[in-house]
Structures are given as C-alpha cells and as structure tokens.
Design a protein around this ligand. Structure first.
Ligand code: URA
Length: 424
C-alpha cells in the first residue's frame, strides 16, 4: 500500500488553523522519535502549533504519543497509592525535597522523577547531588525498590523515559517554540504520565521569576495540564503560586538542602513551609490517605512534629547512597563555601520587592548554576538569610548573606544583589 503520510500536508493543515487527527499526531511522533521525520519538519510543525494552538483532544493525543515513545512505569502491586507533584520552576524552589518524604510518611508513595536547573532556576537533582554520595541515576528496578522500602525516591529522567520529549525539547529550545501551552503540557505530562503515579499535583509558578509571567497565562497552563492529566485517567489538582520573590530564605544547592531539613524538622521559612503543606494536602486527599483537606493538614503536621517526615528523608538519602547524617547535622555534611558576606541595607524601610530573577542571576554568577550544559556546579555557593517582601529592616542590617568561592567574588556582586531589593 502507498505511504499516505505526507509531512508537509500536516504542517500546512496546522499552519492554516486546522485540527490534526489522532492518527496524524501518533504517526508524526512515532516517525520523529525513530528518526524518519527530520528536525526541520518537526520545527515547522512546532512553530505552527505555537501560533495556532491545539485543542484539548489534540494535546492529549500528542502527550500520549510522546509518553509511549519510551518506557512507562506501573506501580500496581505496591499496595499504596502513588502521587507526584510537578513545579514549573522558580528561584529557591526546593519544595519537592521536603514534600516527597513528608507525603510518603503519611502513607502515599512518591516516585518522583525530577530535572536539573534550567537557566537561572535551580533543579531538584542538582540540589540533591550536593549531599555527598546521593545517586540520582537509579535504574527502574532500583527506583522501584527504594519507593517500596522507603515510600519515596527522587531520581533523574532516564534516556528511556519519553525520548520524543527529550528530542523535541532540545529542538524547541533553539527554534523559539518553548512558550506554547500545548507543547509545554505535552512535554511535562509525557514524562509525568510515563512515571505512572496515580495522582499529579501541579505547582504553576506565576510572576517575574517564572516561565508564566501573568496570572492569565499561568491559569491557562494549569487548566491545560489538568485537562490532559484527567483525560489520561489520573487524579489531578493544580495550584497557581507566586514567583516574584524567591521561595524561602535560601537559593543555591546545598543551602536549599539545609533549608529543606529545617522544614522537615517542623520549622523553616513560613512561605516555603506553607507551600509544602498546600501541595501535600491534595496529594493525600486524592491519594486516599485523608478524607478531606483539614484531616490531611492535621496528618501532615503530625508527621512533621513526630520526626517521621525527617526520618523518611534520611532513609531515602541513605537508600540512594547519600550520607544520612545530613538530616541531623546538615552543616557537617554539606559543602560550605569558603567566603561569606552579609549585604547591608543601604537605608531603613519595608521591603516592597525582592526580585527572584535578580537573586537567581546572582546565584548563577556565584557558580551555583550553569552557563553551558556541560558546566559543573559549585554546590556550596548561593544566598541565605534572605529578607522577604513586607519585612522591615534597619539601615545597615543584612538583606542577604552571600556564600561565595572568594570574598572578592562576593563583593563584586553586591551592587547587582542590592538592585534586587526595593523599599516601600
Ligand atoms: N518543563 C518541561 O519539561 N517542558 C517544557 O516544555 C517546559 C517546562
């Protein structure tokens, strides 16, 4: 039979605002994944989708096709519900690190596949790798064994998980087609659905330091993620949360691990702690571990207070080869930067802005992020003791502490760091 698949006719259809058929999308992704369809035609279609969008059905078919380009995991037989959360990323967003063990301690398993830092946003994997010995490269069998034994595991994406997304993401990155809601939805969910959790909770960040700059765009992405996740048979919830100032009082890999330990001890900065609880509540309710939100919150608080959440974190770290003493004395285990510099407030007043973007750039320049994909990260550097919007400071009081490779590097960044703060 003649091959009736003509790529340019599909590109033309989308370019002119048409809706693609399920078979066209599935065939397209199958051919792209195995190399029969070249990057230039994929790039043209991605640009057509960028301008013309996709219906909920088209987005669901695209996601499903991309998910099926690689391994799919199943957790049946685990004997517990499974849940995961996805954040669209931001500065100081360490929430997955306390969240996974906390939810696991409440009886819902968390098999979490996370990413590395992208641009100025830190990545959960980089943060965890600041714990000496922690291995983020588990194969499927070991991943399953850790989730079974501990209740949670946080690892990196393997080459076999949604390979079509890996290829398409790299192409979108260099063809101006990243900020398309259907393409973002398919990218995120092809990986999350392949991971196999029953429940998905999305933290869609909104603001100056986020991918989605406006509430309308953030809500549109949240709606699209929910429609596709539910369409694929998962229970799902989404929160739109602010990303104008960094989350918590630290940004930088090891510093964020130390702050995560504080949260797991029942303390930590109020905003980070409350976001962890807000995200954990739907994971427990949809996962069947609590009948409603107040009961879920009470259960979460009890696992923080009893030390069970911290204990689960320590067991996860140990099961993945890391030094579990990080849970008791993070400062003894985590790398420490050689130079520390407090940046004094130039005047007294109440802070009206602490720019996430500016702080994220400073962390990258200190060596805590990458300029090229092959760059090594310095886990020890970053910022701590960050003052937050609404707080009042005296003149000369520290606004933030810089952790740097040398005093000179820290001093050189002071003007840039100060520019991130505005006073009311
Ligand atoms: N994260 C992803 O995994 N994919 C996108 O397209 C955007 C953010």
């Amino acid at each position: 039979m003649a091959d009736e698949f003509v790529p340019q006719w599909i590109i033309e259809k989308k370019r002119d605002g048409g809706a693609l058929a399920e078979g066209e999308i599935r065939e397209w992704i199958a051919r792209y994944a195995d190399g029969r369809l070249p990057d230039y035609q994929m790039a043209a279609l991605a640009m057509a989708v960028y301008w013309r969008g996709m219906s909920a059905d088209e987005t669901l078919w695209l996601t499903d096709a991309m998910m099926r380009s690689g391994d799919t995991l199943s957790w049946s037989g685990l004997g517990r519900a499974t849940a995961d959360k996805h954040s669209t990323g931001g500065i100081g967003d360490k929430l997955s690190i306390p969240l996974a063990p906390l939810v696991a301690a409440c009886g819902v398993a968390v098999p979490m596949i996370s990413g590395r830092g992208l641009g100025i946003t830190g990545g959960t994997l980089d943060k965890l790798e600041s714990i000496p010995g922690y291995d983020t490269h588990l194969d499927n069998a070991r991943f399953r064994a850790v989730v079974d034994r501990v209740g949670c595991s946080i690892i990196g994406q393997t080459d076999r998980l949604a390979p079509a997304d890996r290829k398409l993401y790299a192409l979108r990155d260099v063809t101006g087609t990243v900020p398309s809601i259907p393409l973002i939805t398919a990218s995120i969910l092809s990986k999350k659905l392949a991971e196999g959790a029953d429940v998905l909770v999305f933290d869609v960040k909104c603001g100056a330091g986020a991918f989605m700059k406006t509430p309308a765009r953030a809500r549109a992405l949240a709606d699209s993620l929910l429609a596709v996740a539910r369409g694929a048979g998962r229970k799902a919830e989404a929160l739109v949360t602010p990303m104008d100032q960094p989350v918590g009082r630290t940004a930088g890999n090891a510093l964020e691990i130390a702050e995560s330990v504080e949260i797991l001890r029942g303390g930590g900065p109020a905003d980070a702690r409350s976001l962890v609880l807000d995200l954990a509540v739907p994971m427990l309710v949809l996962g069947g571990a609590a009948p409603d939100a107040p009961a879920a919150r009470a259960l979460l608080e009890s696992k923080l207070a009893s030390g069970a959440a911290l204990e689960t974190f320590s067991r996860m770290v140990e099961a993945q080869g890391g030094d579990p003493r990080v849970a008791d004395a993070p400062e003894k285990v985590l790398p420490q930067a050689p130079a520390v510099l407090d940046v004094p407030a130039p005047r007294a007043g109440t802070l009206s802005r602490v720019d996430a973007d500016g702080i994220g750039r400073a962390v990258l320049l200190l060596g805590g992020g990458r300029r090229a994909v092959t760059d090594a990260i310095d886990f020890s550097v970053g910022v701590s003791r960050l003052r937050k919007v609404g707080e009042t400071v005296a003149s000369g009081e520290p606004l933030v502490r810089l952790h740097a490779r040398s005093r000179a590097e820290a001093e050189a960044l002071v003007p840039q760091v100060l520019a991130a703060f505005s006073f009311a």
